[in-house]
Design a protein around this ligand. Structure first.
Ligand code: COA
Length: 170
């Protein structure tokens, strides 16, 4: 395959925002009511600069230039600074709609898992969109419960809390 996975930098912020916007607006549409997406997408479409520069967020870069996917993980719970020893959280996975089902997100997750294991993570949590539940299942995540992720006071996104056990670092 003609792409490589690398750690993102803050210089990738505009392109990551483009991928998030293209991916979410196209690939979430079959799974959510239009009014839900109209409220949620403006809050989801912009890359988080702190996340992009955190060292555990990755991009898939095409050999002919340009980014086609992104995703990563953090020790902190999304939206908080809480850290629980041995736990980590999947963050902002998206593949450009022109590049789905070519293993891009799986390659990024492989990189995430390898790095997380090396940092002592044994439980990887994920708040999956309804569109991504089958992707995470295919990669070994189990569904814990259906939840509403509060994005702002008046905006909830129906989501799925999922969990993947990772091997202990030897
Ligand atoms: C979920 C998403 C990141 C998957 O990206 P991708 O690069 O297409 O995934 P991969 O090609 O690595 O898929 C690996 C495997 O996961 C499973 N899978 C991926 N997408 C799937 C889908 N839509 N339906 C069912 N299974 C799927 C398949 O088993 C696939 O292997 P296969 O193609 O050989 O059958 C992408 O669909 C996306 O960006 N969705 C919208 C944004 C989103 O919801 N992000 C998640 C935020 S929590």
């Amino acid at each position: 395959m003609t792409y490589t996975i690398r750690v993102s930098t803050t210089a990738d912020e505009p392109t990551v925002s483009e991928i998030l916007a293209a991916s979410y607006s196209t690939l979430l549409a079959p799974y959510y009511a239009k009014d839900v997406l109209d409220r949620a997408l403006p809050l989801m479409n912009k890359a988080n600069p702190k996340l992009i520069g955190c060292g555990t967020y990755y991009v898939a870069e095409h050999s002919q230039g340009g980014l086609i996917g992104c995703g990563g993980w953090t020790h902190e719970r999304p939206g908080s600074t809480e850290v629980v020893q041995g736990e980590a959280h999947v963050r902002h996975f998206a593949t450009h709609p022109g590049w789905t089902r070519k293993g891009v997100a799986q390659s990024i997750m492989d990189r995430c898992r390898a790095e997380a294991v090396s940092q002592g993570v044994t439980r990887l949590h994920c708040y999956a969109t309804l569109a991504a539940e089958r992707f995470y299942h295919a990669l070994g995540f189990e569904t814990i419960e259906r939840v509403n992720v509060r994005m702002r006071n008046d905006v909830d996104l129906p989501s799925v809390l999922m969990l993947c056990a990772l091997p202990r670092h030897s």
